[in-house]
Design a protein. Structure first.
Length: 293
């Protein structure tokens, strides 16, 4: 049974005497830094003072220091990494900072479990390790917060040396606005496994099919523009519909492709009974996303 963090247990006072280092200032890091700051948390952005990110952060009124200073002076460190997009060279520098400047009782928060799974990112004995992966990109996370809502998130604790990692992570999720929509409890291993499996068995095969279909259509004499519209533009339209309302919007009540028009359920109730579990889960997850309600 899936569990979510209880918003009533969030105690933001747990963050009052703590300082958060946000490493970098891309869209995801900016969303964390700004949402936390607006929730009353003391935030330092750790980035090169000469970078564009530093200039943007300073324009937002945030304190900007070097990554070294940020990790040295803060006891919560956010390492913002997009799934499948981490640079091992950059993470090697982050690892050095964590090794040299974190202490027992500190908390390191990652935004995906993959670097931890592969051993690229580790924490020392006594240092807590948690994950908060927002369901939405950085711009969405910020926009939802400013609109008084929030992006749901996946949350997990991998190391709890202090005994307070879950309480601190719950407060962090509340400050991010995630508890306004819901924070789904998982593990770093499950999040990383799901991301890897989807990449290997959904996204790569799908793109290979798109390219193959385009090549076949063009080779048969179909104009390139017509082929592109059929296999890319139409795909985007259909994926948007599935994202907003489920697979059944494309493939009938059961949400299953490849069946003839007479194979569908004869009533809404029958359709609900026979629908693939992904349809039921999709309805629950979409209910947490205010921007597609």
């Amino acid at each position: 049974m899936t569990s979510v963090l209880d918003p009533d247990t969030a105690d933001l006072t747990l963050l009052q005497d703590r300082q958060v280092a946000v490493l970098g200032f891309d869209a995801l890091a900016a969303a964390h830094a700004l949402n936390l700051r607006d929730s009353g948390v003391d935030v330092r952005v750790g980035t090169s003072p000469d970078s564009r990110g530093a200039a943007r952060a300073e324009m937002e009124g945030l304190t900007v220091v070097t990554p070294e200073e940020a990790v040295e002076h803060c006891d919560i460190v956010l390492v913002p990494v997009q799934p499948g997009q981490h640079d091992e060279e950059d993470l090697a520098e982050v690892q050095r900072l964590l090794d040299e400047h974190t202490q027992p009782g500190d908390l390191v928060v990652v935004t995906t479990g993959e670097p931890v799974r592969t051993g690229v990112l580790t924490v020392a004995e006594g240092v807590d390790l948690a994950m908060l992966r927002a369901v939405g990109d950085g711009d969405r996370v910020r926009e939802e917060y400013l609109d008084g809502r929030g992006c749901p998130a996946l949350v997990a604790v991998a190391r709890d040396g202090s005994g307070a990692a879950w309480a601190t992570l719950t407060a962090y999720a509340a400050a991010m606005g995630a508890l306004r929509s819901g924070a789904i409890v998982t593990t770093l291993a499950h999040e990383a496994r799901a991301a890897r499996y989807a990449e290997a068995h959904v996204y790569r095969p799908l793109w290979a099919s798109v390219e193959a279909a385009f090549d076949t259509l063009v080779a048969s004499g179909v104009e390139e523009e017509v082929a592109y519209l059929a296999v890319v533009h139409e795909l985007k339209t259909r994926v948007d519909q599935v994202h907003a309302a489920g697979l059944a919007t494309q493939y009938g009540p059961e949400g299953r492709p490849g069946e003839g028009p007479g194979a569908g359920a004869t009533s809404r109730r029958a359709a609900q009974r026979s629908a693939h579990p992904i349809e039921h889960v999709g309805r629950r997850v979409r209910a947490m996303m205010s921007w597609i309600r």
